[in-house]
Structure formats: structure tokens, C-alpha cells
Design a protein around this ligand. Structure first.
Ligand code: ZN
Length: 289
């Protein structure tokens, strides 16, 4: 497959150099300029998967990372293949038991956290990591069409209005394009049942994570709901996000993606009715922002 040279594309649109020069500006202004320029030119380069972009050798690793994290709406919405993306790595045993992928830096930090937990008698297993758009779409549509029940109900029969039906599914599953699992920075650990973490070994595991995960960059994005987090998903004690990357992605999502961008699956018309970007994507624990 053809590799696309990003510098050449930037040259074509008249912005060559923004990604690699730093002689006369502070880091802050470069970041602002880079972000702004990429946003304004996004419409000119919408169809390029990140995995096909090759930077000019003069672009620093730091700058490259920054641009890659911000450039693609497709990445933010999970429309890419993590198995073919150089920023992702397969999660080896014993960290996961089935084939899953994760952003490389996030995985490296998870390994360190896993080792520290082990010393304290706690075992951490990743039970879900990167889930691309198509995977999320099949989960969502199975629930939307009633093929899979939600809280014991066939929603296609029992909830006719799209907003109500979507809200019911959102109790347990993200809408395709809006899941943090698209990003490769977020993992589900050990169990998906709230009860599991309220007693015994599950409680010990959760308490260990609360006390230690931050040292390794991980944050519980779906914290308890209340004044600090008035809307969004119910609490998920198993879902942890690697902030050194995901913080930027949350910000990029807020800047680049609106409810009108959400589409390509059954029931997507409900996205603006629910304000899914504001309430679900951005309705996270403020400590993780
Ligand atoms: Zn999760």
C-alpha cells in the first residue's frame, strides 16, 4: 500500500514547516499553531488513515506524537485497524488472555503497574482494550434491533422512540464512534460486574487501583456520579484510562467532533437528541481531564 508523506501534503496546502520548526516560538505557541492549522486543513486531508502517514525525518518524535494524536477524526472515532497501526501493540500474556491491542506506551505502563500489583498480591488482567468502530457497531446494533436483550428487554419492541432506546443501551454500552475503547488507551480490568468490586478480592483489587493506578498514569474515568459528574455512564470500577495519551484525545475529541459527526449505524439519529458528545464522551471524572 502506498505510504503518504505528511510533509508533502502540508506543503501542498501551504503549511510546510509547522510540524518541525521551533526556532522563533515558544512551545506553547507552536502547539496552538499546530492545532489550529491542522483543524483548519482537516477537510483537505480527511481520508488518510494515520497508519499510512509518514513524517519527514526532520519532524521530532515529540511533535510527531502530538500531531498523530490530533490529526484524525477517524482515529478518534475508531475507524481504523489497530492491528495495522504502528502505534499499537498486541497485548501479550499474562496481561490479557485473548487477542487485543493497546497503544504501546499505555501497555508499557500497564506492565509496570501489573508488576507492582503482583508484589502486593493483586493480579490485574485486561479483559477488554481497543474496540474499533465496527466491533462497537455490532454490539450496539444487536441491542438496538433486539437481537440481544438489555436488562432483560427486547428494546426494539419495548422502546420505540430512538432517544429512549439509546439511553437504555448507553447504560451498558457506548455508541459507536464515541467509545474511549476506540483509542487504545483505555482498558477494562478483571471484571465487568459492579458487585464484584464491592467485596472480597474484587474490593482489594479496586482499593489497590484507587491508591496506586495514578502513579502509572491510569485514571478511573467513570467515577461515581454526583455533583462532580452529573451525567454520562454509570460508575465503572473496572475501566481505567492511560491519561498521558488519553487526556489529549479527550481534548481533541471536544474540539473536533460534534453529535452531527456520529453516524453509520442503526439509531445514530439519537446522538444529537442525547447530546452524546457532551454528556457521554466528555461526561467523565474531572480528575481525568
Ligand atoms: Zn470499558
Amino acid at each position: 500500500m502506498k505510504i503518504i508523506n505528511l510533509t508533502a501534503i502540508f506543503s501542498l496546502v501551504g503549511i510546510f514547516g509547522i510540524a518541525c520548526t521551533s526556532t522563533d516560538s515558544t512551545d506553547e505557541t507552536i502547539t496552538e499553531k499546530t492545532t489550529r492549522t491542522i483543524e483548519s486543513k482537516d477537510s483537505l486531508i480527511p481520508e488518510i488513515p494515520d497508519s499510512l502517514i509518514q513524517f519527514d525525518a526532520s519532524v521530532s518524535a515529540e511533535k510527531r506524537k502530538e500531531i498523530m494524536a490530533k490529526i484524525s477524526k477517524k482515529y478518534l472515532m475508531g475507524k481504523f485497524d489497530p492491528a495495522k497501526d504502528e502505534r499499537f501493540s498486541k497485548i501479550p500474556a499474562p496481561y490479557a488472555q485473548k487477542e487485543m491491542f493497546m497503544r504501546i506506551e499505555a501497555l508499557e505502563s500497564f506492565k509496570k503497574m501489573h508488576a507492582a500489583a503482583k508484589e502486593a498480591g493483586i493480579s490485574l488482567l485486561i479483559i477488554s482494550a481497543t474496540r474499533p468502530f465496527d466491533v462497537q457497531k455490532s454490539i450496539w446494533e444487536a441491542k438496538w434491533t433486539g437481537m440481544r436483550k438489555v436488562d432483560g428487554k427486547m428494546l426494539s419492541k419495548e422502546v420505540k422512540d430512538p432517544k429512549g432506546r439509546a439511553v437504555k443501551i448507553l447504560r451498558w454500552s457506548s455508541m459507536p464512534s464515541t467509545s474511549r475503547h476506540h483509542w487504545g488507551t483505555d482498558v477494562d480490568i478483571n471484571n465487568l460486574e459492579p458487585d464484584y468490586f464491592s467485596r472480597g478480592q474484587g474490593l482489594k483489587e479496586y482499593e489497590w487501583l484507587v491508591a496506586n493506578a495514578a502513579q502509572f498514569g491510569f485514571c478511573q474515568v467513570y467515577s461515581e456520579m454526583g455533583e462532580n459528574r452529573p451525567y454520562g455512564y454509570q460508575e465503572e470500577k473496572w475501566h481505567w484510562s492511560y491519561l498521558p495519551i488519553s487526556k489529549d484525545l479527550t481534548n481533541a475529541y471536544a474540539q473536533k467532533i460534534s453529535d452531527q459527526d456520529i453516524g453509520g449505524f442503526l439509531g445514530s439519529e439519537s446522538a444529537p437528541m442525547i447530546e452524546v458528545v457532551k454528556k457521554y464522551v466528555l461526561g467523565i471524572n474531572p480528575d481525568c481531564l
